[in-house]
Design a protein around this ligand. Sequence first.
Ligand code: SF4
Length: 555
Amino acid sequence: MKVTRRDLLVWSAGAAAGLMVTPVPWKLLDDISIWSQNWGWIPQPSHGPVDVKQSFCTLCPRGCGIKVRMAGGWPVGIAGSATHPVNRGALCPLAFGAHQLNWDPKRLRAVRHHGNPASWEDARAAFAKCCNEGPVVIVDGHPGRAASVVLEKFAVNRGGQYRVVDSTETDALRPYEKWSGVPASELGYDLENAQTIVSFGTPLLDGWGIPGQFTRLWAEQAAGQNDPQLRLIQVESELSRTAARAWQWVPIHAGAESALASGIARVLLEEKLVAARGPVPLMTLAEVAIQTGLSPDAIRDLTRSIMAQRPVVAVANDADPAIAALNVLLGAVGAPGGIVRRSKSSTLQVVADSVIPNARAVLLDSTVPWDFVPKTDAEVFRFAAWDAGLSKADWLLPAPGFLEDLTDIPSAPSLPVDTYAVAPNLVRAPHPVQNAAQFLASVNSSLPTVEQIIHARCDNLFRSRAGRLSGLQPTPVTSFASCQKLEEELRNGGVWMAEPLTESFRCELKQWPDPFVSSRPEGWSTSWTSGVLPPLASKLYQESNLRDARERRNA
Ligand code: SF4
């Protein structure tokens, strides 16, 4: 029998229609679902009472308030907490799927030494041996926590050193520390009282600082207005999302931010637009024009436009000292609407970027970004909840994952006021884990525990009788009858907020800083430090163009 092309088409159409009608494929699909549900290695959704707990996201130092939906004692959903005084319900995409991270295939489940299986006893013995042989350096990625106190105490007791890895926001505040003596960890941005913000490439409307914080301010004070109460001038080489929405976009050559800050400073001084006298930048306006691609007249116009509505503050994306020096000249340091001091409780910290000489061991806390490589030839002990590969650490030590550890949440790096919160451990890790503080306590039993330090901090807040606890109804600390009640509220999702400090501080600039080249990587997920992404963030967010990735903008 001859089979024509038409016969084949008719047969295929009939087969397709038959497949739709017959129950066989649907039954097969159903059976596969049932089999796969019975595979032991797949995490099963829990059955049991459904509950919602208030807590905090601990993936980065911003500590956003979250609501955790729990089923049978396991987190099954994350949403923003509307009662949190800063993020007020907004979250970044990393948090929405954060509870899934605990089941990530890259979860570090056992101690590893040079890639081989080892035990906690082996790791402890090796670390204790190092401690007896020489100084130990401990690196912390979220300084200011109760755990940070334990890390610092251990290092200092052993004659070693405690170092910190800066968040982007703290990094940008470092130059003021040098010129004023006020620790960068005590400084923040009073953007609510600024009237003009000059952003040097900072993604203010695209993920900078605490989610929702600046976008809300922008929506209330500027969005859609020709002459807004809050002007955002975005200096950036590309039309980023922030640049596209800003009051004014100033396109300049990539990497010329430092030069433009110097050019603006020169015009401010030449035209006597600021009261303060300061060191004059060495760069001439003609040189600035060549570097930035703006004409000298355009730089003069921009400077006048910046000064038209004050207070003015410049916001940098990195530790560029020229941008910080511009703020000093603008009188924006230690003044409302500028860089303000939010507390007086911390000390100067050593940043971990520089070479670590003469150490016998370096211990990296799990909060240290995965891609951070200490400049040392010492033995490296690295705590991590996830093994994102290519680690140069000698030891990998499994740390608690998301919501598996009790921690406190000190003020987020960009905030102008002090805050304090406590994130309880809502779930247990499915395998043996330890945080760095517990590990160090097993080597030095005289160290206080995180629990004890949190309790002491709550006690200090209660005794200070200062500030208030936010929630649906803000409650002054003076209204709490006991420290126990205050601590209970904090452990149930309350956030303590201090009153803003009103006093100013001196910030002196003796000479205009040298040119600066930024080495900070920029990307929408740079605040996520653990090297793995929740499935929601990796698929939906990266591929759906919800946020411009730099590569895409450059494409
Ligand atoms: S900004 Fe940080 S703390 Fe806030 S939701 Fe995102 S990862 Fe969590």
